[in-house]
Design a protein around this ligand. Structure first.
Ligand code: FAD
Length: 254
């Protein structure tokens, strides 16, 4: 089976196939977001950019249980490992993640979800905070696979310091002229950086400007449910889209 750009996705994988992947390393991103890398060298692992996995620590005592869902933040084109990127909290689950040792095996069942690039249609991606994870994967994939269609990311954060993968996103724009990224900052006064870009929440005016000249785009919304629902309302009421034009990935738990 070929994904967009002719890249093989190695057949449709069985839903929620359990594996144990060795933990490799963690990398702090901006703010309280950390990326965790797991090796896929021993256990070939196929997924489509934008899909999520389920991670489980069977012996963990946590009020919300021993499992969490995470979008895979790396691209299938970055072979040999996969990453998840998550906002750290005081939950027992996140404490367990924080104390992983290199080589430790972690239960991962994956992949799942239809929050993936659709062949042909331009994509408009709306992310808030840690909701950037599927779009980091999709934009990296589209760049490596040389997919040429408009890919517009509107990324909302409180301050410029909160922008996750900022350098990488800038680099992807340089590498792939089909990508356009609009950052919008909702609390510029709380930043040390003098912000010259767009300010405020995503609204009809910002969206109309961003999609001018783009034919029949599909809209992808990811992040904390409150933010996703606010964006959805603007798209339905001010841009007059129908639900069929939207793909939604709510990160419940935020
Ligand atoms: C499809 C999907 C993809 C996701 N992708 C990502 C991702 O890429 N990155 C990421 O960081 N997260 C992602 N999430 C969210 C993730 O699964 C976790 O929910 C989130 O990281 C919070 O986990 P936590 O352990 O920090 O907090 P939790 O301990 O899960 O607490 C989260 C919230 O729930 C409340 N809460 C805790 N226990 C209870 C209870 N018993 N009853 C009611 N409320 C309770 C807490 O007060 C807190 O407000 C995704 C979720 C989904 C559904």
């Amino acid at each position: 089976m070929l994904g967009e750009g002719g890249i093989p996705v190695m057949g449709a994988p069985a839903r929620f196939l359990p594996r144990q992947l060795p933990f490799v390393e963690s990398t702090p991103e901006t703010g309280d977001v950390t990326t965790f890398r797991f090796s896929t060298r021993q256990e070939p692992f196929a997924w489509r950019a934008g899909q999520f996995l389920e991670m489980k620590f069977p012996d963990l005592v946590d009020p919300r249980g021993p499992t969490r869902l995470f979008t895979i933040s790396s691209s299938p084109t970055e072979t040999g490992s996969l990453t998840i990127s998550t906002k750290m909290s005081g939950s027992p689950f996140k404490q367990r993640l924080r104390t992983l040792r290199a080589g430790e095996l972690v239960d991962i069942t994956a992949p799942d979800g239809d929050f993936v690039l659709e062949p042909g249609r331009p994509a408009v991606m709306l992310a808030g905070g840690v909701g950037i994870t599927p779009f980091r994967s999709m934009l990296r994939y589209a760049t490596d696979a040389r997919i040429e269609k408009p890919l517009i990311l509107i990324y909302s954060n409180r301050t410029p310091e909160d922008i996750v993968f900022r350098k990488e996103l800038d680099e992807l724009v340089r590498r792939n002229h089909s990508i356009q990224i609009i950052h919008t900052i909702t609390r510029p006064a709380e930043s040390k950086e003098a912000w010259k870009g767009h300010v405020g929440h995503v609204d009809g005016e910002l969206l109309r400007t961003a999609i001018r000249g783009v034919r029949h785009p599909l809209f992808y919304l990811a992040g904390p449910p409150g933010l996703v629902q606010a964006d959805r309302k603007v798209l339905l009421q001010e841009i007059h889209l129908s639900e069929g034009d939207l793909r939604i990935d709510e990160f419940e738990g935020y």
